[in-house]
Design a protein around this ligand. Sequence first.
Ligand code: NAD
Ligand code: MG
Length: 392
Amino acid sequence: MKVITILGATGSIGVNTLEIIRDNPADFEVYALTAHRNIELLYQQCLKFSPRYAVVADESLANKLSNDLKALDCQTIVLYGKEGLISVASADKVDMVMAAIVGIAGLAPTFAAVNKGKTILLANKEALVTAGEIFMRAAKQSNAMILPVDSEHNAIFQCLPDQDKHYDQLAISRIILTASGGPFREKSLGELKDITPDEACAHPNWQMGRKISVDSSTMMNKALEVIEAYWLFQVPVEKIEVLIHPQSIVHSMVEYHDGSFIAQMGSPDMKTPIGYAMYYPQRHKINVPKLDFTAKPLSFNALDGQRFALIPLVYDMLKRQDYAATIVLNAVNEVLVEAFLAEKIQYLEIIEYIERVLQELKLNKPETIDDVIAIDLKARRHVSVLLNTDKD
Ligand code: NAD
Ligand code: MG
């Protein structure tokens, strides 16, 4: 039986993880469940899974949840804030941590789990995007195993040689990241002016949280995933290729020098990569819709780098090893997506402001996690000032 903490239990990945545990109660003990503000769902989850700990954003939410649970004789202890997250991610008793908080908020608890040598089921790509070098070095030192949950990286992991699951230049010629192209793949930039948050969140293939759904529509998600693959598999950026594949059936591929391509395929359902990581190195039955190869043809297209300008931008950052820029990119995008979802800026302004801040803000490479957080804050402030000035 594996003891697991789920960071971000109330999100799309968290809920899918708990469904797998519900279907396999003998295989997992839930140590802790965390949420930010959705204490109604966290309350239901605590009653169902009886974790030893629950963690929420602040003290008043913690008091409310704790009183509600006590009223029903539930013994779960409720903690709060960053310290609460770090303590349940790094506790001695925990074997594995599902890192499924969205955004850089997931970095500190995930990093704490890495330092303790836990098995990390990594959905929170932002941790690698912002702190890849520091994160991977720490994992090596502590012997923490990083199992990618992001479907493309999970696919690549499955297609890489078994020995070390890393890029090997003697055997591998390319890593091919597939991208659905999101809901606006067929639209020109001119047609995107009046896109609403609900339109941007309506992904054709995947059911996901709102932030990553907007990122998929701008292809920021794929830009972040190029950085994620770069760190995770220690692969030179010129060996990573993005290929448009609108059906999201081939989740990614590895090309070997002998002409073989190994691809991982499946229905677009996050339970497959989540279950793979939860049971690694075994394979276990996971309840997902069966893939029907006769239902629709599979197609592939080259990426249009002019239309999706964020991708060439990220290749350039990685070639220059400008790792401060990757933090700025992530931070500014988080602020802008939140502003767009709150209908404070227009859809196309997300990309416009990202390009503007990247021009204006040049910072030094981070050496520590504190440096990463400082760069992140600086970038957030910078874009917030621009927004306040422009929108006054
Ligand atoms: P979501 O918005 O559905 O859920 C996010 C979770 O994080 C919630 O439990 C929320 O309470 C918690 N949270 C949000 N802000 C927080 C904060 N400041 N502090 C602490 N907790 C906070 O997101 P999601 O779609 O489940 O995505 C989670 C992560 O997984 C993201 O990094 C995303 O990029 C990655 N991911 C998701 C999918 C998917 O299919 N949903 C696929 C690949 C990767
Ligand atoms: Mg993905």
